[in-house]
Design a protein. Sequence first.
Length: 563
Amino acid sequence: MNNFFRKRGRVSIQKEIDPEDIFMDSQNLPGFDKDQFEGQIEKPISKNTILFLGLVFILMGFVFVGKVWNLQVANGLEYAKQSEENLIRQKVIFSDRGTIYDIVGNPLAWNETDSEQEFSVRKYESGLGLSNLLGYVSYPKKDSAGFYFDTDIKGVDGIENIYNDLISGENGLQIIEVNALNDVVKEGITRKPQHGKDITLTIDSDVQKHFSDSIINIINQSGFAGGGGVIMDVFNGDILALASYPDYDSNILSDGNNKDEIAEYVQDANNPFLNRIVDGLYTPGSIVKPFMGIAALTEGVITPNQEILSVKNLVIPNPYNPDNPSIFTDWKAHGYVDIKRALAMSSNVYFYQVGGGYEDLEGLGIARIEEYMRKFGFGEPITTLEFDGPAGTIPNPKWKQEIFDDIWRLGDTYFTSIGQYGFQVTPLQVVRAVSAIANEGTLIEPRILADATASVNIKRQIDIPNKNFEIIKEGMREVVLSGTGKGLSYPDFEIAAKTGTAELGVSKARVNSWVTGFFPYDNPRYAFVIVLEKGERSNLIGGVAAARGFFDWLKFNKSEYIR
């Protein structure tokens, strides 16, 4: 027994052997459940595996070190700045726009606090017919995250846009410091907002309202598509009233929430966005006759007392076809008339002959017609900051060749002489030209800002004898006393005027109705123009009726303007 435990001369200590230590052989292998790791031989991890894992950890270490280098060394200052800025918030303090006042101190556009906004909202006096003149604004805008990407209240149209830099002011800036929990730690104002400057317009809002209302009443009563009017000081160009209809509501466009109403404005065929006085181009018709008369007197084509036979139809023989003469009609036969009576009755035949000639009367001819019309500002734009409008058109041979590829004929001169054919003017050009008749030769640019220190902006001095102006002024007074403008005759208030009915289109079914003039007659202070557009030819109520409604109110409520 002892020999069993001897081995090579050594004595082994007896030890009990566990079953797990018995080597498996091919005989017992099938009986083990390998899913429970029974009968599996434990093997050491291979050197390749250890090497692979080592390389992975080394690579991760390099990536980590690289990131630390990028954050701390390469871009450390930039990220430090960003980190610091993440703790600082900048908040815009919105400035208030300046208030727009009328000449007597009534606010026309002002600011109101809105609890739902961080800025004051713009409000406008409505019902004055002034929207096209005042314009409207757009407000600051936020992105989807609630941050302002547009921080300005900007004027979009009219005075709000033209004088935006003056009215808008300058936003302020507030710095807010927050902690990691976004709680406010400290706040302070680094730049205070600068309030926009207030401005005062030459408009009298009371006069403006009644002037506009009178025009609108006749437009709606007599079926005109639109119209407008303007009153201007004949010595300094101050605009007392300026109405354009249809117009929009500046409050609705500034607010921007009433989408249906805004869509109606956009889709309205009568274009409420058009400032008809500044930008509207119209066929003038007979309101050009006073200027034709001044030209004819100055050029010696006629004398003040010279009479011309005004018949119903002026027949011009056709040398190429005697059986087919050209016939130029008048609205009635007036008999023998001089320049004053021709103006009073608005004789077309008289001015056909004065403009284009007839038999022994030479006539002005188109070149001199254009020359004198340009003297009074027609055919050239008004280029003041507030009233930058179109030039209009004085028809002439070059124009006809370019537009119609045709030669100029006598009939073209005739029609130009009475403000038809391709003649186009703006109402503001007309009131400026009529002012030059009233003040006897000074063409003054209109203005809208009330500034007692500003000099009068004189476009030019028109070199025409005063006596010729006086004759034309007497003729315009006769229009009211006995002619086509008798509706403006008052026993205690003298107005000089000229009416006009301009035919439109080939069918001539629609007309523009005009009245223009100045008041008081003996000591002119203001010129005025009213135009009603696209009325029915058969309608007898037009510009004179609109003017009458206004003057009825003016003489009793604002008599300081008529003295």
